[in-house]
Write a protein that binds this ligand. Structure first.
Ligand code: NAD
Length: 390
């Protein structure tokens, strides 16, 4: 096999951007061979742009058509794990859009199905391709940060208007989406948080529901998390603040890093802080440090980078930058945040997945379907809107 034949399931904003990029030959050795959308109207709209690509209304028809070696799943979130399980059972490789799912038990089934199939399972965490975040991860792993003390991420520049929420009936409803800013926008940052700094042991969170929009899910969130070693993390997000901020500060015993405005600022202590604290004979003063500003690419190849990485993993057996089974980490943190706010308690990880699902189900049962005149699809100039916003 010297190329991967790929089908895309769910051709809305994101699926259309992937389809255009692949069809346009932007991903080496990846060939678009089928498209699927459950909306007939959408399929009719797609026909002129993809005249020679077979179109399917049902994902199982695409999966069993024999036209594809792999699929990208870019439907609304609830369908991600169930369609993936069907694809793995049919022997296809799967690249799931984020989030990997809405609750963890179904994602565990998906991970089992992936393992049993032996096929490649990737997730579209396109922000992992950003060199500036990879630098932060490597910096900590190399030991230069020293013992981690604190992560503070203020990520409030996910601004969305009411019109965005009104563009699809599934959006911002428990029945259609399962959550708000956490699952949709911030899953990228929550994945990076755990990718760079590791999984916390406990979470206390406060969510505001429809604070800035006419929606039933959260659009403003504050999280406090604790780690086994005593480190803490604070994570703040909103879709209702303008202009927003994207500022990630990470501190440890030996250094401090700030990622903001697409730049890295780095302070490295000459003596570890704990050592200085107990060895200094002066009551005031603080450890000496060196300061530098690093010029590291703040963008990276994004979605197309993940598509290429997925293709290479299938054809060459190279390890994935963003393995599908790691999708459960951010989902676990998100479910813990929801559970903490819903129960007004601190939640210890691993979460009580059954309790989370029970409480989610209550919200699904009360959920009101959004009334939308026409579903609006806007591929954002084939993905440029979804680059990291500094
Ligand atoms: N990685 C990123 O940067 C990024 C950016 C945007 C969206 N996304 C993800 O992509 C997914 C889709 O988001 P969107 O904004 O494109 O939504 P959208 O509403 O624009 O598109 C979803 C499409 O899926 C179709 N669909 C629904 N159920 C289906 C099913 N069972 N089978 C086949 N087709 C089905 C709909 O008809 C629609 O055309 C979401 O999970 C979202 O989180 C990821």
């Amino acid at each position: 096999m010297n190329e991967v034949r790929i089908g895309i399931i769910g051709i809305g904003n994101m699926g259309t951007a992937h389809a255009k990029n692949i069809y346009g030959g932007k991903i080496s050795r990846l060939k678009l061979t089928a498209l699927c959308d459950s909306s007939k109207t959408r399929l009719e709209q797609l026909r002129p742009e993809f005249p020679d690509i077979p179109l399917f209304e049902d994902h199982n028809e695409l999966i069993t058509s024999g036209l594809c070696d792999a699929v990208i799943i870019s439907t609304p979130h609830y369908f991600h794990p169930t369609i993936a399980i069907d694809a793995f059972k049919a022997g296809l490789h799967v690249l799931s859009e984020k989030p990997v799912g809405v609750y963890t038990s179904i994602v565990r089934e998906e991970i089992e199905a992936a393992k049993a199939s032996g096929k490649v399972f990737g997730i579209m965490y396109n922000q992992r391709t950003t060199p500036i975040f990879a630098f932060a991860r490597d910096f900590i792993a190399s030991g230069r940060l020293g013992e981690p003390k604190r992560l503070v991420w203020n990520i409030t520049n996910w601004y969305r208007t009411q019109s965005y929420y009104d563009s699809g009936s599934w959006r911002a409803t428990y029945a259609g989406e399962g959550g708000g800013v956490l699952l949709n926008q911030c899953v990228h940052n929550i994945d990076l948080w755990q990718w760079i700094f590791g999984m916390p042991k406990s979470i206390r969170a406060f969510c505001a529901y429809g604070k800035y929009h006419n929606i039933e899910v959260e659009d403003d969130v504050t999280v406090y998390a604790e780690y086994e070693n005593g480190a803490t993390a604070t994570f703040i997000t909103s879709t209702g603040e303008a202009p927003g901020t994207n500022r990630l500060e990470i501190s440890g015993d030996r250094a401090k890093l700030v990622l903001e405005g697409g730049r890295v600022r780095l302070w490295e202590l000459k003596v570890p802080e704990r050592e200085f604290c107990f060895n200094s004979e002066k009551g005031f003063g603080s450890p000496e440090y060196t300061y530098s500003e690093l010029d590291i690419d703040p963008n990276g190849p994004g979605h197309n980078g993940i598509l290429l990485d997925f293709t290479n993993a299938i054809l060459d057996g190279t390890p994935l930058l963003s393995p599908g089974e790691e999708g459960i980490n951010a989902l676990t943190i998100i479910n813990a945040i929801q559970l903490s706010d819903w129960t007004d308690q601190t939640v210890t990880l691993p979460i009580d997945a059954e309790r989370h699902y029970e409480l989610l189900k209550e919200r699904i049962d009360r959920s009101s379907v959004r009334k939308v005149q026409d579903e609006v699809h806007d591929d954002g100039g084939a993905g440029s809107r979804w680059k990291v916003q500094w």
